[in-house]
Design a binder for this molecule. Structure first.
Ligand SMILES: Nc1ncnc2c1ncn2[C@@H]1O[C@H](COP(=O)(O)OP(=O)(O)OP(=O)(O)O)[C@@H](O)[C@H]1O
Length: 251
């Protein structure tokens, strides 16, 4: 049987002006899995997830989400996206922010109220919903953004650095929730520059300078690199790519 993919990209390229940001990025994210995009700051993770979400257009290449070619309005309605720089309304309180974004997702009435209670509890914000978001800490804003992405009960969830600024206990809760959602069939794409976070994913792609260096499970990648630690595996694939780039330049 053919494997079902929640997200697929084929040879995505993107430049800003003369600067190339993504090079032939091809990925396959199996449906219902948590997939990590691991790479240092500036390697192109946000650009890639924005392209997958339909926010940015690639220069060329194709994205499929749930087997539909993007951009597709129907599929975009099944996706939750958590941006790195939260687009929250600071003068509104947490509840009002959730209500506003919920209405954009087409939720209303009792259904909307129930979803707000559910997602606020998941990120431990129930007691803070009446506070102005402008007075939230960085971690609280992060949690509110995550709860907004969860509002539409998405089939595909795209999270750009979701646990930055979040304390270890809550991070644990968030990961438990992500595993729970994945168990229910939700495909989750998470960007991170943190090794231990990437290792929690079912599968991952290592990225550097707009290139995919290697893909697989953390254990497979470590084994392929013959590395003692996952961090060493990342360094191994980075060095190998650098060597190849140098070779191409020289050749
Ligand atoms: N709108 C833009 N115009 C020009 N350059 C951009 C634009 N957006 C991003 N870039 C550049 O593209 C490169 C990749 O950025 P991107 O945000 O995708 O990286 P990232 O891996 O997500 O980094 P971080 O983890 O720091 O968010 C960076 O060098 C960035 O400066």
């Amino acid at each position: 049987m053919q494997e079902a993919y929640g997200i697929q990209t084929e040879v995505i390229n993107k430049s800003y002006g003369k600067r190339r940001i993504l090079y032939d990025v091809s990925l396959k994210v199996p449906e219902g899995k948590i997939y990590g995009l691991l790479g240092p700051s500036g390697c192109g993770k946000t650009t890639l997830v924005k392209i997958i979400s339909g926010i940015l257009r690639p220069d060329d290449g194709t994205v499929w989400v749930r087997n539909q070619q993007m951009p597709s309005l129907q599929v975009m309605g099944q996706m939750g996206y958590m941006a790195q720089a939260a687009a929250l309304y600071p003068t509104l309180n947490g509840y009002e922010n959730l209500k506003f974004f919920g209405s954009l997702y087409g939720l209303k009435g009792r259904g909307l109220k129930e979803r707000i209670s559910h997602v606020a509890a998941l990120v431990n914000l129930t007691d803070d919903l009446s506070k102005r978001v402008g007075n939230y800490s960085g971690g609280m804003k992060q949690r509110l953004s995550l709860s907004i992405a969860l509002l539409p009960n998405p089939k595909v969830l795209i999270l750009d650095e979701p646990t930055v600024g979040i304390d270890p206990l809550l991070r644990q809760d968030i990961w438990s929730e992500l595993y729970e959602l994945s168990g229910q069939g939700v495909t989750i794409l998470v960007t991170t520059h943190v090794m231990d976070e990437a290792q929690r994913c079912h599968g991952l792609a290592m990225m550097r300078n707009g290139h995919i260096l290697a893909t697989g499970t953390a254990a497979q990648l470590q084994q392929a690199a013959g590395a003692g630690t996952f961090e060493e595996a990342f360094i191994f694939f980075s060095n190998a790519a650098e060597h190849e780039e140098g070779g191409n330049k020289n050749g």
